[in-house]
Ligand binder design. Structure first.
Ligand SMILES: [Zn+2]
Length: 245
């Protein structure tokens, strides 16, 4: 694969933890093994299995759990491999894909993280919790209306997270309400996925611990607000495109 060099955004350090929401698909070039052989093509006996046709394709990275290919939170420090968190179910995984050697795959994953960071135009002085605070502030300012599905999830969170304030409890609640996901608010899903990603981050970046507990406080504050709202004031239809950021 060709290697494009990406430059660390000005003002950022290698310790900075980036978190970027990619609303569309993240497509990667990979090798596809197609069986049986398409008509008219000769078998390629250079592969371990001669009746397998090998081609290069672009495939979207998909969630290990719910197969979603969109709305992933990309995360990592500049020299890390790309870690993804699914904004539907909270599942996290390190982006790797078939057809490359371990070494090449590690480098490709690192380059993909850098590409996502650079193309997002994220400012180096923002911290992962800034967006979660913005989502809470948007709710308080009436810029989005939670749905009844959000309220169900918020109530589940208050019960689950009070006993277990870790990322897996939040992710379990997100996964448990997957059937309602089309009715969830994009902002609420994003806030939860960002929090899950941050809480899972093993890095010891400067200020990481206080930021983690602050962000957990903000997201639980958001959940309490949504849980306490009058159901009559909540959205019952899927979010209009104009409401999604
Ligand atoms: Zn998922």
């Amino acid at each position: 694969m060709s290697v494009i060099g990406y430059e660390l955004p000005q003002g950022a350090t290698g310790f900075h933890l980036w978190q970027v929401l990619v609303t569309g698909e993240i497509r990667v070039r990979t090798v596809d093994w197609v069986t049986p052989l398409p008509p008219g093509l000769d078998a390629d006996y250079s592969t371990p299995d001669g009746d397998v046709y090998v081609s290069e394709v672009l495939l979207p990275l998909s969630c290990d759990r719910c197969s979603s290919t969109e709305g992933h939170i990309g995360q990592g420090r500049w020299d890390d491999q790309l870690t993804l968190t699914c904004s539907r179910c909270g599942t996290g995984w390190v982006a790797r894909w078939a057809g490359l050697s371990d070494e090449a795959e590690t480098e490709a994953s690192r380059q993909l993280l850098r590409q996502i960071v650079v193309q997002s135009g994220s400012a180096p002085y923002t911290v992962p919790g800034d967006r979660v605070r913005e989502i809470r502030d948007d709710l308080q300012a009436g810029r989005w209306t939670p749905s009844r599905a959000d309220q169900t999830l918020a109530r589940e969170l208050l019960l689950a997270v009070s006993g277990d304030p870790g990322p897996e409890a939040i992710a379990r609640c997100m996964a448990a309400t997957l059937p309602d996901r089309p009715l969830r608010s994009a902002r609420f899903s994003e806030a939860l996925a960002r929090t899950v990603g941050l809480l899972r981050d093993p890095g010891a970046g400067i200020g990481a611990e206080p930021e983690r507990s602050l962000v957990l406080d903000v997201v639980m504050d958001l959940a309490r607000t949504v849980a306490a709202m009058d159901p009559a004031a909540l959205r019952t239809e899927p979010e209009a495109a104009a409401d999604t950021p």
